[in-house]
Design a binder for this molecule. Structure first.
Ligand SMILES: NC(=O)c1ccc[n+]([C@@H]2O[C@H](COP(=O)([O-])OP(=O)(O)OC[C@H]3O[C@@H](n4cnc5c(N)ncnc54)[C@H](O)[C@@H]3O)[C@@H](O)[C@H]2O)c1
Length: 358
C-alpha cells in the first residue's frame, strides 16, 4: 500500500508513559513500518500532537534509516497538526485552517499542495518545529485557562459567589476576554496530556514550564474538590459517602461524544468507591464500559437505564458531563440530592438545599 502512495499521513496516538513522559513509540514504530516501502519523491506528513523536533529529528532519522533515502532530497517531510473538535457539528474539516511546516521549502510546497485539495485555508510556517509548537500552544492555552477558572471556582465558592454567573457576565465584554468553563477535572486525550510533551522537551534546554505544571496541579485537584462537595452535600442530609448510592451522570469526557478516554468521571468513580460509596453511571452515549488501560476495574459496567424509579433510588446524583440529550428538568424532579459540576441545572427551579454546585 505505502509503496503506491504519493503521500503518507501519520496520525497515531501520542500518550504519556507511566512516568508521564512522552511516548512517541507509535510514531517511531509506524515510521519503521513504512520506511522500507516508501516510494522515491513521496511526501510523509506527521499530524500527531508532539514536542518540537519530533518530525525533523526523531521521525526523519527513522525514515532515512529504514528507506536509505534522504529527507528533503529523496522524499518530502512535513508536520501539520490535526485540529478537530469532536462533538461540535460546526467543525467541518475543510473549514478549519491547517497549519503546515516543511522540513525544506520544497517539502512545505508539496504539503501545501496536498492539503489545498481538502482544506480551504492553509497557514504555512517556517519549519516543522514551529507547526509542532503552535499545536502545543493551542492546547496549553486551553489547559491554563481551564485551570484559572477552576481555581476561581473554588475561591468564589468560598465567598458564596457563583463562578458560572461571573463568567457569563465577563463574557459580555466584546474584546479582550474569552470564556472558559470549570469542571470536575480535565478529560480527553489532548488537553491533559499534550502540555507535558513540551515540559519534557523543555528540560533538554534547561527550561521550566511553570504555567503548565501549575495548571496541571490545579486541574488534577478538581476531582478531590468535587469529592469534598459530595461529602458536604451528604453531610447536610446526615449521610456519609460510605454506604451511599451515587449516580454519575455523564461518563464521556465532553458533551455529546461517546469518548470516555481520560475522563475525570473515572477519577470521581474511583475516589467515591474508595470512600465506600456504591457507584453507578448513566451515559446515553456509553451503554457499557469497554476495557481500558487505566480504568480496567470498570470494564463491563453498564449504564443504568433512564427511569424514574432507578434515579430515585440513588442518594445523590453527580453531574460530571453535560450531554445535550439529557433531560435535566426530569433529572431535577427525580433526584434526591444533586452535585452539579457543569451548571446543567441553570434556570431550573429546585428546592433550597437540593442542588450543590462543585
Ligand atoms: N482525536 C482528536 O480529536 C485529536 C485532535 C487533535 C489532535 N489529535 C492528535 O492526533 C493523534 C491521534 O489521536 P487519536 O485520539 O485520534 O488516536 P486514536 O487512538 O484514535 O488512534 C489514531 C489511529 O492510530 C491507529 N493506531 C493505533 N496504534 C497504532 C500503532 N501502534 N501503529 C499504527 N497505527 C496505530 C489507530 O488505529 C487509529 O486509526 C494524537 O497525537 C492526538 O493528540 C487528536
Amino acid at each position: 500500500m505505502a509503496r503506491k502512495a504519493d503521500a503518507l499521513i501519520l496520525c497515531v496516538p501520542t500518550p504519556l508513559n507511566k512516568n508521564r513522559e512522552p511516548d512517541i513509540s507509535y510514531i517511531v514504530e509506524t515510521g519503521k513500518a513504512i520506511a522500507p516501502h516508501m516510494a522515491k519523491g513521496c511526501l510523509v506528513v506527521l499530524e500527531s500532537t508532539t514536542y518540537p523536533g519530533t518530525t525533523s529529528e526523531d521521525l526523519r532519522e527513522v525514515l532515512e534509516a529504514g528507506s536509505g533515502m534522504k529527507a528533503g532530497k529523496d522524499f518530502h517531510l512535513a508536520f501539520s497538526p490535526e485540529r478537530e473538535d469532536p462533538g461540535n457539528p460546526g467543525s467541518a474539516l475543510a473549514e478549519i485552517p491547517k497549519v503546515v511546516g516543511g522540513y525544506t521549502p520544497e517539502c512545505l510546497r508539496k504539503a501545501i499542495a496536498l492539503y489545498a485539495m481538502i482544506v480551504k485555508t492553509i497557514v504555512p510556517v517556517s519549519s516543522c518545529r514551529v507547526a509542532e509548537s503552535a499545536k502545543l500552544l493551542e492546547n496549553i492555552f486551553r489547559s491554563v485557562n481551564i485551570a484559572l477558572v477552576n481555581e476561581l471556582k473554588v475561591v468564589y465558592q468560598a465567598m458564596g459567589i457563583d463562578i458560572w454567573e461571573v463568567i457569563e457576565a465577563a463574557a459580555t465584554k466584546p474584546f479582550g476576554f474569552m470564556p472558559f468553563y470549570p469542571g470536575p477535572g480535565l478529560g480527553g486525550h489532548c488537553i491533559p496530556i499534550d502540555p507535558f510533551y513540551l515540559t519534557w522537551k523543555a528540560r533538554e534546554y534547561g527550561q521550566n514550564t511553570r504555567f503548565i505544571e501549575l495548571a496541571g496541579e490545579v486541574n488534577t485537584s478538581m476531582p478531590e474538590y468535587v469529592l469534598h462537595r459530595v461529602s458536604d452535600a451528604l453531610n447536610e442530609r446526615r449521610a456519609a459517602i460510605k454506604g451511599s448510592r451515587i449516580l454519575i451522570v455523564g461518563l464521556a469526557y465532553k458533551p455529546d461524544v461517546d469518548d470516555e478516554r481520560e475522563s475525570p468521571s473515572y477519577e470521581l468513580m474511583d475516589l467515591l468507591e474508595s470512600r465506600g460509596a456504591e457507584v453507578s453511571y448513566y451515559d446515553p452515549y456509553i451503554p457499557v464500559i469497554k476495557s481500558t488501560r487505566r480504568h480496567g476495574r470498570w470494564a463491563g459496567t453498564e449504564s443504568v437505564a433512564w427511569e424514574r424509579e432507578i434515579v430515585e433510588s440513588f442518594d445523590l446524583v453527580l453531574v460530571a458531563t453535560r450531554h445535550g440529550s439529557v433531560d435535566y428538568r426530569e433529572l431535577a424532579r427525580w433526584s434526591r440530592c444533586i452535585v452539579d459540576t457543569r451548571n446543567a441545572f441553570k434556570g431550573i427551579p429546585l428546592p433550597s438545599g437540593k442542588l450543590w454546585k462543585a
